[in-house]
Design a protein around this ligand. Sequence first.
Ligand SMILES: NC(=O)c1ccc[n+]([C@@H]2O[C@H](COP(=O)([O-])OP(=O)(O)OC[C@H]3O[C@@H](n4cnc5c(N)ncnc54)[C@H](O)[C@@H]3O)[C@@H](O)[C@H]2O)c1
Length: 535
Amino acid sequence: MMHLLCVCVQGLDLVGKVLSSAVAFSSYSEDSLRTLLNTSGAVDMYDAAFPYAAYNQDALLHPGLASALGISKHGELMDLVGKELALRAWYTGDLQRHKEPGRRELISPLLFAAALLAGDIQVVAEYSATGTVAKGSIDYVLMFYWFSIVVMEGKLHEQLLEHSGQLAAGMRSVREQFNRTMLRKRKHEPEGEFSQVPSIGILSSGTQYIFFRYDPAAKLVTRTSCMTVPLLMRLRPRKPLKVLITGAAGQIGYALCPMVAAGRMLGPDQPVILHLLDIEPSQNALNGVRMELIDAAYPLLQAVNTFTSVEAAAKGVHVAVMVGGYPRKAGEERKDVMAKNVSIYKSQASALAQHAAKGVKIVVVANPANTNALILRENAPGIPAENITCLTRLDHNRAVGQVSERTGTHNTEVRNVIIWGNHSSTQYPDVNHGTVKGQPIRQAVADDAWLNSEFITTVQQRGAAIIKARGLSSALSAASSVCDHVRDWVLGTPCGRWVSMGVVSDGSYGVAPGLVFSYPVKCSGGKWSIVQGSH
Ligand SMILES: NC(=O)c1ccc[n+]([C@@H]2O[C@H](COP(=O)([O-])OP(=O)(O)OC[C@H]3O[C@@H](n4cnc5c(N)ncnc54)[C@H](O)[C@@H]3O)[C@@H](O)[C@H]2O)c1
């Protein structure tokens, strides 16, 4: 049976096309969907935004939606979405899809469907494939044989309800339009079976969804329910977030600041304010970094402030990247360095506990990263232990890079490697649960001898190899990995994937509780959880 009759897109006035072989959403492979959405190059964002991987088909729908659509399960909704997506892809055509409005016409229905599944998945609102921020409202209408949906998008959060009259009028006029163009009925002619078809109206700000139902018998539009998508920091996307970078005048700082300012860490629609901290002797260099950031005129960068006082630098920060610390110098004992770092991290901990924004997310980069994170945690009792992490993503990315090179596959196709332990040469890179293009890594590499020896030592000693080659330690890759670490933590890991993070142990895998240890983690809703069963 052909369920789907037509989609009429307001503004584009495309009415009257019929797709007879719509494809169920669940039958798309990830790759074909990517091709369809034309999202290559923005894969990670879309992974986070769209629920095209594993989802619980039998989970019950939001009650408002279930009653409005007359279906009950996620699986049923996703099949509808799939049909609609297929239709839209076919409708907008290749050329249209390359243009921003065309692309949005294609992705918006998925976005709202994802929102309807709120709680199960994470939605990143207002993203586009090119990284541009959506502006203005894009309204569209979906007409199905047995129901229609009118969506008004892009209204201001606070004023959403003020548009309900407009939506009701829109819902009525779309029905009339459908009647005339599709059913070929004149104005006062009886609507026949169509008069039984309800319509759904959705007012959406991208994060808030208010549902309406048009009852054809009573000719009334009534509000059914309202839901807000849990978007973490994205509820008010225009408010800048403050990011503290300590040791910002150093090598990693110089690479990291532009990445954060360009949206690599918190998303391409998230304005940021940088708080750059360094010690007094580095203030000239730090000021130079500040000048360069201003000269680069990053659209997302609202302000750059430099500090020598950690108390002032920590004020109101949402993310803190702890890069600064005392480095080990020739002839110095490890314990001397540790003692210096203990005092630095103690004072930084208490400054963050007192002055940072509630819920601040901290990532410690400075070595020894695991130990520094532990010191920080012990001296910042007000900050929940799960908010203090350390960076092992660089090692994770190094493992991905090695497998990618060895198999001649793009790094995005290498998934679910694990770094266990410390950010040090004692870490253990593990490929036993990973895949390359869906195939187990061991099978794809087909060289256990290499995986069991050279691969492990290459990853473990990559830092030393870079120092040898460059005369300086890794900075660019460290900075990029910091962005990956925070982005996945805040915006969520893609469906079915995990990443490595140094986090406080809960005793998982026999590691003493309280230690900061690198595990495989999945992130959702701004929280990480240790992936179990990967022995
Ligand atoms: N976890 C990882 O994956 C990883 C990777 C690479 C480097 N690192 C570590 O990151 C740290 C920084 O590396 P880098 O190459 O940028 O070093 P760097 O020496 O170039 O920069 C460090 C900066 O920290 C500043 N600093 C020193 N004490 C400070 C304090 N008390 N408060 C604020 N700033 C202070 C210094 O003035 C300097 O500008 C090192 O400890 C390095 O070992 C970790």
